[in-house]
Design a protein around this ligand. Structure first.
Ligand code: OMP
Length: 285
């Protein structure tokens, strides 16, 4: 395979890069890279490196419009395409070096195993941040926090309907997701590396998590294909500076077009989405 492999390490501080991207690109949009070969345009299907080529085209067409990219590891692993994921992240670092990459893997395990997941995410794939499940507690998160420049993004109030099964349980006068928000912002975020996931499908909870977590960045998936309301999301989650959010959209952007111009179609939807977000970033004077 002919990829743009980069041999040197990728020196980026996730939080600094995110703040710069919010500002310089005027964007809170995170484009999710969830490549499903069954939905690829016909001219790409069957190519040996189709996943890389599809994602690279999307990345190159939208990089100036986003604050981050978020590849979802399952879409690559299911196709035995981890090498294409590695090449894709290397390409983003080479061609768009100020754009942070969040590896969405929702890892969670005992410390010794978490150390291996951290090596996988940060050293093998060279991601700038990783999504992590907080369910196993603080010691299961520490191996990720040991990478001081990396972002650690913890599931708090997920976008799916079943998220309520556990996250909405009462745990001594508060909901479990509220406990997660408090614990992460007050105790686990000593290094300023943490962020929280809150679904766009639950704007009331976005507001609550914002209240509990100060200016901590919130990764908010659920607009686009899952039907979350952009205006309600931004109003509930914006900080006083009009940022603090990484609003993810995957399928609505990736599959905006199905022809040879799919990347341009993706760019148009990304532009519209960035704009729809930006009109609500600052309260009316
Ligand atoms: O951590 C995530 O990114 C995530 C958390 C969550 O609560 N809900 C959620 O949809 N996601 C991810 O965000 C993406 C949403 O994709 P679309 O619904 O196509 O925009 C997928 O990659 C999901 O795995």
């Amino acid at each position: 395979m002919q990829f743009f492999a980069k041999s040197d390490d990728h020196p980026m501080n996730f939080m600094h890069a995110l703040n710069a991207a919010w500002h310089d690109r005027n964007s809170l949009l995170c484009v999710g890279l969830d490549p499903d070969p069954a939905r690829f345009p016909a001219h790409l299907r069957g190519q040996p490196d189709a996943i890389f080529n599809f994602c690279k085209a999307i990345v190159d067409a939208t990089a100036d419009l986003v604050c981050s990219f978020k590849p979802q590891i399952a879409y690559f692993a299911a196709q035995r395409a981890e090498d294409q994921l590695q090449a894709l992240i290397a390409h983003i670092h080479d061609a768009h070096p100020t754009t942070p990459v969040i590896l969405d893997a929702k890892r969670g395990d005992i410390g010794s195993t978490a150390e291996q997941y951290a090596i996988e995410a940060f050293e093998r794939f060279k991601a700038d941040a990783l999504t992590v499940n907080p369910y196993m507690g603080r010691d299961s998160i520490e191996p990720y926090l040991a990478y001081a420049d990396k972002g650690v993004i913890l599931l708090c109030r997920t976008s799916n309907p079943g998220g309520s099964d556990l996250q909405f349980l009462d745990v001594g006068g508060e909901k479990l997701y509220e406990r997660v928000a408090r614990l992460v912002s007050q105790e686990w975020n000593q290094g300023g590396q943490c962020a929280l996931v809150v679904g766009a499908t639950f704007p009331g909870e976005i507001a609550r998590v914002r209240e509990l977590s100060g200016d901590m960045p919130l990764l908010v998936p659920g607009i686009g294909a899952q039907g979350g309301d952009i205006e309600a999301t931004v109003r509930a989650g914006r900080t006083a500076h009009g940022d603090g959010l990484l609003i993810n959209s995957s399928r609505a952007i990736l599959y905006a077009g199905s022809g040879e111009d799919f990347a341009q179609a993706a760019r148009r939807v990304a532009l519209d989405t960035r704009h729809a977000i930006n009109v609500h970033r600052h309260p009316a004077p």
